[in-house]
Structures are given as structure tokens and as C-alpha cells.
Design a binder for this molecule. Structure first.
Ligand SMILES: NC(=O)c1ccc[n+]([C@@H]2O[C@H](COP(=O)([O-])OP(=O)(O)OC[C@H]3O[C@@H](n4cnc5c(N)ncnc54)[C@H](O)[C@@H]3O)[C@@H](O)[C@H]2O)c1
Length: 342
């Protein structure tokens, strides 16, 4: 049985990590870590985890985990990955967003370029939702013919949910992005905040991929709403249009139009999510057992996607199309904050 640990269990998200272990067959949570002991105890009591730490380095040394799951804010990404590498932790699953802006993105890219031993994937569990898997397989098998256009969106901004939508585009169209042209507005999401998530309130990007596919990405207050409604986080969706039909996934349902036949259905997002999170963990164990079974949410791919977000910021700031890969300029978040201020 693989030993998993979770870092950052005092917030809401870590419950999604732990709940998944009712479906994870090859692993169990053996220890948790948070800076806030009371919040950590509440979490650990709920999931009956005995070993508790306020220092994840000590946890790595004492527990020797096979998999570390990180649900702490994005300003900690690099330090946790470096600590995992030097402690010999073989795998890390780190929450989105991967980075904040250009500086930490470049540091993470340099870390990846050093070819660390630790295997790293980003927690975009929607890739493994049963319904998304079914639609992704349909498209991969050619059910809608060659993809012509993809349209993805999320009700929350790029830092909170946009990376899920961008990852979804790559799941259906695993080509390299080649150019971005975008616009952003709204400064609320750029203010200093405890969660270290920074993005404009609204964004719209036209993304080109090197196989000729075009994608539109809308994240934030300007994103379309998903039928059945609900809280702002419930409005993620993606539609993929091909030569002979389309597929459309939302947090609460799906549609397909293939060779003239229309079908649709509903699903329960929480049920899909816990199964997706579990399958994503199992895929980490597959990768641990076999180097050739590279996790689809691996760090290299996430760096490519995050580069699109940085390029979108540069496009909006500089009013031009940005060719990819983009070498990020300094201080993108402060520059956006200044440019978008009323
Ligand atoms: N994949 C998803 O669907 C999904 C959904 C929600 C949130 N998230 C992501 O999960 C992450 C966590 O979200 P949240 O809402 O739980 O955040 P949060 O800020 O409420 O909780 C983060 C926890 O990390 C702890 N922490 C901070 N520094 C630490 C350190 N050095 N060592 C140990 N613990 C530390 C904090 O004390 C806090 O308890 C965010 O990146 C968020 O974007 C992902």
C-alpha cells in the first residue's frame, strides 16, 4: 500500500483529497501537515489520521511518503517540490494554480529543466472525471472528426479556475499552443489575498495551437453560465467542435452531436469529482510503477499551459499577439494591477 501525505489541510480543498481515498485502491493517507494545529486536528480527526506535523520537511523525513499531495497556496510550490526532491519523495501531486506570475513560473521551469527524480503532476482532476473521460475518448477516437474549434470557460478567474479550463482544452487537443491574443479587465482579483491567487476579474483569450485548432477561453465574470446554475465555481464548461459534430461538457451535464444524432444527460459534479480525484491518484501510482506511464497532468504540460496565461497577460498589457513559448516579463501582476486600476 502506498503511503500518501497531505500538506495544507486547514482549508476546504484538502477534504477533496482525503475523500478520494475511499476509492483509491493502492494508497492511504498516513500523515498530514498544516501550520494551523487546530484546523489540522479537525481535519485529521475527521479522517482518522494519527500523524500530524506543522513542518512538512520533518514529515518527509519521518514518514518517507510515496506521494505528497499539496493543497497549500501557490507561493509554496517551488519550496515544497525542492524539499520533496531532496528528501527523496518519489511523487508529488500539487494543487492548481501551478504558479502566480512570471518569476515563480520561471523558477519552476528551471527546476523542471534540472530533471529532478521526483515525479510531479498538477491536481486538475477533471481530466479523470468519468464523463470527461468518456467525451475525451470519443474525440480521441475521431467521433467528431478533426477538431476545428474549442470553446472553454469558467465562472471564476484564471487563478481560481481558468487553469482547469485551459487544461481541458489540452485534454481534448494535446497540441502545442502557438499564439495568444487576449483582453482582461477588473482589479478585484489582483488585490493581496491570503490564498495568493491573483488574476483579473474577467478575461478572454483566442489561443492558436500548432495543429491549426483555435480555442476561445473566457474566465471570470464574463463567462457564460452553466444550465442548473449554482455558485460561481459551478460554471466550468468546454465545447469541442469537429468536422462531423461536437461534444459539450459542463459541471452538471453533457451533450454530444455526432453524425446528426443529438444526445444529452446530467451528472452530479461531487460524485464525478471524488471519482476523478481517486483515478488521478491511481495514475500517479501507475507512473511510480512504470516510468513509461507518464501522468497526463505532468509538470511539463502544466508549464506549457501556464505559459499561455502569462502570454494572455502580456497580450492584454501590450496590445499585441504573443507568440509562444513566451519568455515572461517581470512583475506581470503588479503591472496588471496598475493598468486595470479605476
Ligand atoms: N482542484 C480543485 O478542484 C480545487 C478546488 C478548490 C481549491 N483548489 C486549490 O487548492 C489549494 C488550496 O485551496 P484551499 O481553499 O483549501 O486554500 P486555503 O488557503 O483555505 O488552505 C490552505 C491551507 O494551507 C496551509 N498552509 C499554508 N502554508 C503552509 C505551510 N508552509 N505548510 C503547511 N500548510 C500550510 C494553510 O494554513 C491552510 O490551512 C489552492 O491552490 C486552490 O486553488 C483546487
Amino acid at each position: 500500500m502506498y503511503k500518501s501525505v497531505i500538506i495544507g489541510v486547514g482549508g476546504g480543498r484538502a477534504h477533496g483529497h482525503a475523500d478520494a481515498y475511499q476509492y483509491v485502491k493502492r494508497g492511504r493517507v498516513v500523515a498530514v501537515c498544516d501550520l494551523r494545529p487546530k484546523a489540522m486536528d479537525d481535519f485529521a480527526d475527521k479522517y482518522d489520521v494519527k500523524a500530524r506535523y506543522t513542518d512538512y520537511r520533518e514529515m518527509f523525513e519521518k514518514e518517507k511518503p510515496d506521494l505528497a499531495q499539496v493543497s497549500a497556496p501557490p507561493n509554496l510550490r517551488l519550496e515544497v517540490l525542492e524539499a520533496a526532491e531532496s528528501a527523496g519523495v518519489p511523487a508529488v501531486l500539487v494543487e492548481k494554480p501551478l504558479a502566480i506570475q512570471g518569476e515563480d513560473y520561471l523558477a519552476l521551469r528551471n527546476f523542471a529543466a534540472r530533471k529532478p527524480k521526483v515525479k510531479i503532476a498538477i491536481n486538475h482532476q477533471l481530466q479523470f472525471h468519468p464523463c470527461r473521460q468518456r467525451l475525451q475518448k470519443l474525440v480521441e477516437d475521431g467521433a467528431i472528426g478533426n477538431i476545428r474549434f474549442i470553446e472553454a470557460s469558467s465562472g471564476m478567474n484564471l487563478a481560481y479556475q481558468g487553469t482547469h479550463s485551459l487544461q481541458a482544452i489540452g485534454a481534448f487537443n494535446p497540441a502545442a499552443p502557438s499564439a495568444v491574443f487576449g483582453q482582461v479587465s477588473g482589479v478585484k482579483g489582483l488585490q493581496p489575498n491570503r490564498q495568493e491567487h491573483y488574476a483579473p476579474d474577467q478575461s478572454l483569450a483566442a489561443v492558436e495551437y500548432d495543429n491549426g485548432v483555435q480555442a476561445s477561453l473566457r474566465c471570470g465574470e464574463n463567462a457564460p453560465r452553466v444550465p442548473r446554475g449554482g455558485a460561481i465555481w459551478q460554471h466550468k464548461r468546454i465545447a469541442v467542435y469537429g468536422m462531423s459534430g461536437y461534444v459539450h461538457w459542463t459541471m452538471w451535464g453533457w451533450e454530444t452531436f455526432i453524425d446528426g444524432a443529438y444526445e444529452s444527460g446530467e451528472h452530479e459534479y461531487p460524485e464525478e469529482d471524488v471519482l476523478g480525484q481517486a483515478a488521478m491518484c491511481e495514475a500517479m501510482f501507475d507512473w511510480l510503477e512504470d516510468d513509461s506511464k507518464i501522468h497526463p497532468l505532468n509538470l511539463e504540460r502544466a508549464l506549457v499551459d501556464f505559459n499561455v496565461i502569462l502570454a494572455l497577460y502580456a497580450s492584454a498589457l501590450n496590445h499585441k499577439v504573443i507568440e509562444l513559448p513566451y519568455q515572461p516579463e517581470a512583475d506581470l501582476v503588479p503591472k496588471l494591477r496598475q493598468a486595470l486600476a479605476d
